[in-house]
Design a binder for this molecule. Sequence first.
Ligand code: AMP
Length: 622
Amino acid sequence: MSVRPADLRPCAAVGLRRSDEPVTVDAGSATRWPVITKAPSRMAVRPNLTDYEATCASFTWDAARAALDGLPDGGLNIAHEAVDRHASGPRRDAEALRFVRADGSTRSLSYADLAEASSRFAAVLQGLGVGRGERVFSLLGRCPELFTGVLGTFKNGSVFCPLFSAFGPEPVSQRLRLGRGRVLLTTRALYRRKVAPVRDDLPDLAHVLLVDADGSPEPGTLDLAELLQRSVPSREIAATRPEDPALLHFTSGTTGTPKGAVHVHDAVVAHYATGLYALDLHPGDVYWCTADPGWVTGMSYGVIAPLVHGVTALVDEAEMDADRWYRLLAEHRVTVWYTAPTALRMLMRAGTERARAHDLSALRFVASVGEPLNPEVVVWGQEAWGLPVHDNWWQTETGGIMIANLVATEIRPGSMGRPLPGVEVGLVARDADGAPVIQDGVAVLVTDPDVEGELALRPGWPSMFRGHLDEEERYRRCFAGGWYLTGDLARRDADGYYWFVGRGDDVIKSSGHLIGPFEVESCLMEHPAVAEAGVIGVPDAVAGQVVKAFVLLRPGHVPSEELRLSILALARKRLGAAVAPREIAFAESLPKTKSGKILRRLLRARELGLPEGDLSTLEAGR
Ligand code: AMP
C-alpha cells in the first residue's frame, strides 16, 4: 500500500519546486522507515537508469569501455578520457572546473584550459626526468594545481598519490616514504610544517614543487609557476595500457603501516559507468562532490567521473559551513550533489529552516557515501530540500561505487541500496573467529535474507585495486574462495537491498575518514609517559565515530589532567587533528590476547556496555 506520510510533507519554501515530486512511501517496508518510491516518468530529467533488472542483465564492462575513446593500439589514459577528448571536440570551451575561493569569488577552467595546463604539468615532470610509473604526491587543499597536477601526472604515465592536507607530519612522511614519492606538490606553509623537518628521511623525494613560491622558493624546493611557464606543453599523452598504474591511495588497516592501494587506468571505465548510473550525470550538469581529493571519493568522483562525463564540477576551496554550502548550492545552481553523512548530519542539526531559506530548485539528485547514513537523514532531505538522500557504498580498494540507491528506483532508508550493473556482491559466511568459511576453495555464501555475512565482491570490475604497494601477501589475503573480502559486515533483505552492519575489524571511521588504530597507538607510545595504548572508535552524533584512546602509563607516572593534555598535544602535533584521538582515558590494564595483542573489540564492548563475547583468547587477569 502506498501512502503519503506526514513526515514527508511538501516543502513550503519559495524556490523549492518539489512539493509535487512523484515520491510516495510504502508503509509496509521491512524497517520502521518507510520505503521511498519514485516515478521516473515524471522526473524533470530522464534518468540514465530506469529499469534496474534489465540494465543489470544487459550490462557489460566492455560495452562501458566502448563508450570511451581509448588511445591507439588499445591504450587507455584517464587524462585523455577526462579532458583531452572533450578539449578537441564541441565541449572544448565548456566550463570543466569552477573553483570557489573562501571569499566566494570564482575562477574557472574550460576543458581546453585544463588540457593545456595539465600538458604543461606533464612537460614539467618530463623536464625533471620523472618517468613512467614514478610517484607524484600532493599535499594540497582543493586548488587548481591539484587538479592539473593529477591530470598532468596521468599524461606523463606517472602515478599520482594524493595526501590529505590536514594530516600531521607523521602520516605525511610515512606515506611519502612507503610510496617512495619522487615529486611532492605542496604549499610553502605545508612544506615548512610537515615535510621540511623530515626531508632528510625521504631520500627518494627528489623534487618539491611549491604552488605558492611566488618567485622565492624555500631552500630545497622549486617554484611550480616558474617551471610551468618555461615548459613547452606537448599534445602527446603517454601510451599507457589499461593495466598500467595511475593512482595510489593509502588506506588504513588494523595492524601495521597504512596500505597503498594501487589503481590502474582501466578504473576510468568504472568511473564513467558509475557516474552514469549511480550519480545520474547528464550533459549540462553542475555537479558538486564535497569530498577532498586527498581521499579516494574526492579523486574518483571529485576529479575523474565528472570530467569524463564532460560536466561542470564545482570545487569549494573553503571548509564546511552550513550557510556557505546552501549558498553555493543555490548560487551555482548545483544539479547533482555528492556528499557525506557527517556533513549531512551537520546540516540537519543546523535546521530545516536554514535549508528552506535558499533556492535549491536546480538540485535534482543528492547522494552520500563514506559511513553509515542514518535513515532519519535520508527522510529529512526530503523535508529540507525536497529530495531524499541516496546512500551508496564503496571503499578505497573498490575504486568506485559498488552498491547504491539509484535515482529511479525506490530508496529503503538505512540501506546502502543494490549492486550496480556489472558488480556481483555476495555475503560470505564467517566462523566463530570471524574468518570466512571456505570449503574446497569455494566461499560459503549466506543465502537467506536478513542474515549477516562479510560483504564480498566478485573480482573483475575495472576500478578494483590491483595490489597493495610492495605487500603482495597482504593483497592476497584480501581474497578468498573466489571473492574480494571487504572487511565490512552486512545483511541483504529479500529484495536484494544491502544493509550495513559494521566493520568486521577494528578500523575506525570518523567524519568519513578511515583511521587505523595501530597508527594512533604507535604515536601515543612515543610519549615518554605512555607504556601501552589501545585505540577504539566510540559513537558520536555528528562524526559517526570519534577516536578514543586508553593509555597505560609507565612506572613513575601518575594520571593527571596535565599529562592527558600533554599526550593529546603530542598526538595532534604528529598525527593532525583528523586522526588524533578526541578522548584519552588512563587505564590500569589493557585487555590482551594470550599472544599479547590488544583486544580492541573487548575495550569497545566494555566502553559501550555491550556483551563481551568470546573471551577464550583473553590473557588471564585482564
Ligand atoms: P574508505 O576506504 O576510506 O573509503 O572507507 C571505506 C569504508 O567506509 C567501508 O569499508 C565502510 O566500512 C565505510 N562505508 C563507506 N560507505 C558506506 C556506507 N554507505 N554505509 C556504511 N559504511 C560505509
